[in-house]
Design a protein around this ligand. Structure first.
Ligand code: HMG
Ligand code: MG
Length: 298
């Protein structure tokens, strides 16, 4: 049997951070709990970022407090700086993620720093998180395309990945922030990146604006043996600082595609879909995932 696919469920963070309506705390907690019950080993539940920057994540402390945690499931959170880490530690997050980008324009809009400044800012964050015994993920946004600067050279993306690894992050999440990458671009980046880092430490984070995310993931899995993928139940999401970017690839769509192609998938995608559908009234809009629509046509 092939190595199992490891999903990081980012719907409660990447998904909900970009929803027009504020989802009530109880509904968020029920969503996270349902996702964990669906077999997702890691759920990125919130973000300890500035509440002015992303109001939808302002209740992350309360959410972490309210959650009934399932043994064995990792409940992680984004932290942009030391203040964010303090909040994450107080909330007893199991893992934290720092985030930067390859392109300067996006990084400035997202976290008000140059790439170099952000890496400098992360040094004490990563060190303190490690001292506290927490694993750390490093996100690399705009690894393929930038909404402001256009196509991104793979070697530039790899260089930011290397800088994050040098800071001590345990894993990378390489992001197609605006969902525009195609399989040949994913292969170009992975060919370079996997010379520098073991495949087990690489997660791919595909948004699905141009409908290429499943094709990209299948290529990464089949051609390079990547098994780490971020995905968002129902296809929720986007990024408030990447205009026009649609949601992440839907967890249920990606799980279905990978399993159908022969990968080992332990997630119950019907349960993931049900968790996302239960959120539809609070979102006030239909989900975008393919599988969520199957009920309406069959
Ligand atoms: P800044 O304005 O440069 O920071 O923002 P500052 O240090 O000058 O602080 C300004 C104010 O924010 C102060 O409050 C701070 O206390 C407060 P004031 O004195 O004005 O009342 N503040 C905080 N409050 C709570 N928690 C904190 C925190 N830090 C400062 N941690 C900063 C810089 C990074 C803080 C801000 O720009 C920010 O929070 N940005 C986050 C943006 C964000 O969350 N974007 C979405 C996530 S990234 C993403 O979606 C991409 C990803 O999915 C991968 C992909 O798709 O590519 C990960
Ligand atoms: Mg994202």
């Amino acid at each position: 049997m092939s190595a199992p696919i490891r999903f990081v469920e980012v719907g409660p963070r990447d998904g909900l951070q970009n929803e027009a309506r504020m989802v009530p705390l109880q509904a968020k907690a029920a969503f996270v709990e349902a996702l964990a019950a669906a077999g997702l080993g890691e759920v990125e539940a919130g973000a300890f970022v500035s509440p002015k920057a992303v109001p939808q994540m302002a209740d992350s402390e309360e959410l972490f407090k309210l959650l009934e945690r399932r043994p064995g499931v990792v409940y992680s959170a984004l932290v942009p700086n030391e203040k964010g880490l303090e909040r994450a530690l107080a909330a007893k997050a199991d893992k934290v993620a720092v985030f930067t980008a390859v392109s300067e324009s996006f990084n400035r809009k997202n976290i008000n720093a140059t790439v170099a400044e952000s890496l400098e800012r992360f040094k004490p964050v990563v060190a303190q998180a490690k001292r506290a015994g927490l694993p750390v993920r490093g996100y690399v946004s705009t690894a393929f395309h930038c909404p402001y600067e256009g196509p991104v050279a793979p070697r530039k993306a790899v260089s930011v990945c290397e800088e994050l690894l040098a800071l001590g992050v345990d894993e990378l999440s390489v992001g197609d922030t605006i969902g525009k990458a195609c399989p040949h671009e994913v292969r170009a980046l992975l060919s370079l990146l996997l010379e520098k880092v073991a495949v087990e430490r690489v997660f791919l984070h595909f948004h699905d604006t141009y409908g290429m995310a499943v094709a990209n993931a299948l290529s990464a899995w089949r051609d390079f043996g990547v098994t780490g993928f971020d995905a968002s139940a129902g296809g929720l999401g986007g990024c408030p600082y990447a205009p026009g970017a649609s949601g992440n690839v839907a967890t249920e769509d990606l799980a279905f595609a990978l399993q159908s192609e022969g990968a080992t998938v332990t997630v119950d995608w019907e349960a993931v879909k049900a968790a996302a559908l239960a959120l539809e009234p609070a979102l006030g809009r239909p989900l975008s995932s393919h599988l969520s629509k199957v009920r309406r046509t069959s």
